[in-house]
Design a protein around this ligand. Structure first.
Ligand SMILES: *Cc1c(COP(=O)(O)O)cnc(C)c1O
Length: 406
């Protein structure tokens, strides 16, 4: 049964949408695995993954199965009741991590909002209102609500919306001395991405995260890891904190957690969770059965040795070829990142041109991302086929060949 829809085009975007995005000239209509087709029937290889969301590619059979089964069972019931998919997903997240309690919501920003509110609530209850300061990193990204842009270290996202949330300090990332100088007994939380995603695909130094953990313990501050982008297998470990062996007090997840269905989660310990007592926080859609059923299928597939080992092998395949392409065309030198979150750092002559490279790549039939103006980012499906990696990188190489000839 197929509904007849009114025809729409890219040009309609400018007539009907708030102009806060600048989408590409083509409109994707269908996806399968790591391939996407646009309205004209043109096929593209997807190394963008919906910005690190489509961790199992497009229309993965396990996810389609979970979604359609749940769609025929129960869609929404609200948090006046609990539901089976939410309880099962919470148990799986707890079994797989440090966490003992889970709060579900609908996005990364909301997971962070819950994390920051919990950190402040804990400090307020245990030590009083003075202990409310949050330290975060310059260039970090934590979402677009007022609290999360205030904690995020990019003024371009937080300026111009009236007074920001107070009590937030920013320090340079991977600079332990700066963190040491900033932290005090008024600090309630230190918030870090174990790999800065939007800020340029910059992994933390081992000593930095270990040092941050120690400083938090010394000052009774909570360590919050934003794993919205780095989590759910992206780094080759289920969560990146496990790769480093540095355990946070609170962790936020979203993006790949739903594999394309909107869901976010905040993970924490039971001792901290008890500070969000009945009525202190909530969201209508949080723990929605459809979202949780899909996320349960996502974690079932990803949290297996095959997929996680596969991420590391595919990382090798990507970086080997990318390094060769970067050298050959002189566009980028360093390829950094972890697992399948990779960034090509543009050389001096190409600085600021990440968007031009994205457009050239799309013209050759491969979707990639930028992470700021100076880094080309790859966040493909964690189960992308080797043949798709090779073909997509051949297209990427053709794009660079054309750009450098021009
Ligand atoms: C994308 C992202 C967010 C925001 O997630 P939304 O779902 O867009 O609200 C927060 N933190 C990090 C690290 C992200 O990459």
């Amino acid at each position: 049964m197929s509904v007849q829809h009114d025809p729409v085009q890219r040009a309609d975007f400018d007539q009907v949408m708030v102009p806060n995005y600048a989408p590409a000239a083509f409109v994707p209509v269908r996806g399968e695995g790591s391939r996407v087709w646009d309205q004209a029937g043109r096929e593209l290889i997807d190394f963008a993954g919906g910005i690190a969301v489509n961790a199992l590619g497009h229309c993965h059979p396990a996810l389609v199965g979970a979604l359609t089964e749940q769609a025929n069972t129960l869609w929404h019931i609200s948090n006046v009741f609990t539901n089976e998919p939410a309880l099962r997903l919470a148990k799986k997240l707890i079994d797989a991590t440090f966490a003992e309690r889970v709060f579900f919501c609908n996005s990364g920003a909301e997971a962070n909002e819950a994390a920051f509110k919990l950190a402040r609530r804990v400090a307020h209850d245990r030590f009083g209102p003075e202990k409310h300061e949050i330290i975060a990193a310059t260039n970090s990204f934590h979402g677009r609500t007022l609290f999360t842009v205030s904690v995020g270290g990019q003024p371009k996202y937080s300026d111009g919306f009236g007074p920001k949330i107070q009590g937030i300090t920013h320090v340079p990332y991977n600079d332990l001395e700066a963190l040491k100088a900033a932290i005090s007994d008024k600090t309630c939380a230190v918030v870090l991405e174990p790999i800065q995603g939007e800020g340029g695909v910059l992994p933390a130094d081992q000593a930095y995260l270990e040092g941050a953990r120690q400083l938090c313990d010394q000052h009774n501050a909570l360590l919050v890891f934003d794993e919205v982008q780095s989590g759910m297998g992206r780094s080759g470990s289920l969560f990146t904190y496990q790769h480093y062996g540095v355990t946070p007090d609170i962790l936020s997840s979203a993006k790949s957690l739903g594999g394309g269905f909107p869901i976010g989660a905040m993970l924490t310990t039971s001792a901290l969770a008890k500070h969000l007592a009945v009525g202190t926080h909530g969201t209508t859609y949080g723990g929605n059965p459809l979202a949780c059923a899909v996320a349960e299928a996502v974690i079932d597939v990803i949290n297996t040795p095959q997929v996680l080992e596969g991420v590391k092998a595919k990382q090798q395949r990507f970086t080997r070829k990318l390094q060769q392409i970067g050298e050959q065309y002189g566009v980028f030198g360093q390829v950094r990142g972890l697992g399948l979150l990779l960034g090509c750092v543009l050389n001096e002559a190409w600085k600021g041109k990440a968007k031009a490279i994205l457009d050239a790549a799309a013209a050759e039939g491969v979707m990639v991302l930028q992470a700021g103006p100076d880094v080309v980012r790859f966040a493909p499906s964690l189960v992308v086929e080797d043949a798709d990696i090779d073909e997509g990188l051949a297209r990427f190489e053709r794009a660079l060949a054309k750009l450098t000839q021009a």
